[in-house]
Design a protein around this ligand. Structure first.
Ligand code: KG4
Ligand code: ZN
Length: 358
């Protein structure tokens, strides 16, 4: 108990000493949703990052948990093998094995955690559990991003298919959620609205592509009124549904004839919601270093809006390299590296968690 309190206080007030004389090789595995990924790091340097995306879900309009879990089982050995080969590292030389503990789909998480546990046991090396959303935030600490990592403290906007949060990142291990969605995640809003437009899953990147050809001022969707730094996206999804129903009554070809403008108007509304809350968070905390992470950070609308704010509001914005926006094991490896330096290891009884607070 005392040890727990001590390590919590220690990790929250003593910034990590990023210093180690030994060379650490970490093998990391990410399997929280529908991508099987493995990455090998030499200290904080990425040697490989292999991602196998599952196309099996496309026909179903969303991720089917059972199919995802089965595809992970099929992919995990070849993906790990490829990651080690590309890195030119033998499994006997790995110092630790890291995996995503959660949040995510339980069946998917279990494939990664069971594999990591077995390998850690067989090789008799430390096992490191990583929080998926912490990893999205720390993808900025991977060296080959456009900019060096943000200084602490900074604000992170995590936007994915399962999350929408604003996090105050005080140091490597002290993260405070200061705002989050009360219902749907922003990626879900993209995917579900896209589905109503007849787009394939995941619809986010398709909406983004179509939005580039459309007029963002053509249609108006009202923004939800949510207090403080919290978000809500379920109302917007319903607004899209009613809007489409109404328009299709008078013109059955409405979607086909207006798809670019609908996507552009929808995306503009989402970006405005996110930017309004970020603006509020900057004012509230006095921190103007903003890092985005998660699948939706690939969105061109949010990326452009942040670039405009850098110029107009003097924000210092961090946008991850495209490879690190979507789910990948490199982001798991970088968090694991800091945990390794802190000797923050898990024992083999650790369990996967579908719901897991940051
Ligand atoms: O982080 P991620 O790969 O998986 C989760 O942890 O959820 O995020 C996936 C989400 C999906 O909802 C997908 O539609 C969305 O990210 N997404 C995008 C874009 N690329 C991916 N949403 C909007 N614009 C994009 N360019
Ligand atoms: Zn993710």
């Amino acid at each position: 108990m005392y040890l727990k309190i001590f390590s919590f206080v220690y990790s929250t007030i003593v910034p990590l000493q990023i210093m180690s004389l030994e060379t650490i090789y970490i093998l990391a595995i990410e399997s929280s949703c529908d991508d099987t990924s493995a990455s090998v790091f030499k200290n904080d340097e990425k040697l490989s990052n292999i991602i196998a995306t599952q196309s099996v879900h496309e026909d179903y309009g969303g991720v089917v948990p059972e199919l995802a879990s089965r595809a992970h089982q099929k992919n995990i050995v070849p993906v790990v093998d490829q990651a080690l080969k590309k890195a030119n590292v033998k499994k006997e030389n790995i110092s630790a094995i890291a995996f995503t503990k959660g949040p995510g789909l339980l069946g998917s998480l279990l494939v990664g955690s069971s594999f990591a546990k077995s390998l850690a046991f067989a090789l008799d090396i430390p096992l490191i559990e990583v929080h998926h959303m912490q990893a999205h935030i720390f993808s900025h600490f991977i060296k080959d991003n456009e900019k060096p990592a943000p200084e602490f403290p900074f604000l992170a906007l995590t936007i994915s298919g399962g999350h929408t949060q604003i996090v105050k990142v005080n140091n490597h291990f002290n993260l405070e959620v200061i705002g989050e969605t009360l219902d749907d995640a922003v990626g879900e809003a993209f995917d579900k609205s896209g589905k109503m437009l007849g787009l394939d899953y995941p619809a986010g990147p398709i909406v983004d592509k179509l939005a580039k050809e459309g007029n963002p001022e053509k249609f108006k969707f009202s923004k939800p009124k949510v207090k403080d730094l919290d978000f809500s996206f379920s109302g917007l999804k319903t607004a899209v549904l009613y809007f489409l129903r109404k328009e299709e009554k008078s013109n059955p070809n409405f979607i086909k004839e207006n798809i670019e403008d609908i996507c552009a108007s929808f995306q503009k509304t989402v970006v405005n919601i996110l930017m309004d809350k970020l603006d509020m968070a900057v004012k509230k905390t006095g921190i103007n270093r903003i890092a985005i992470g998660g699948g939706v950070s690939a969105n061109s609308g949010i990326r452009n809006a942040l670039k405009v704010s850098e110029k107009e509001k003097n924000w210092d914005c961090y946008i991850p390299k495209f490879e690190y926006c979507l789910d990948n094991a490199a982001m798991i490896a970088i968090v694991a590296y800091y945990k390794y330096l802190n000797k923050d290891f898990s024992d083999l009884s650790v369990t996967s968690k579908a719901r897991f607070q940051l």
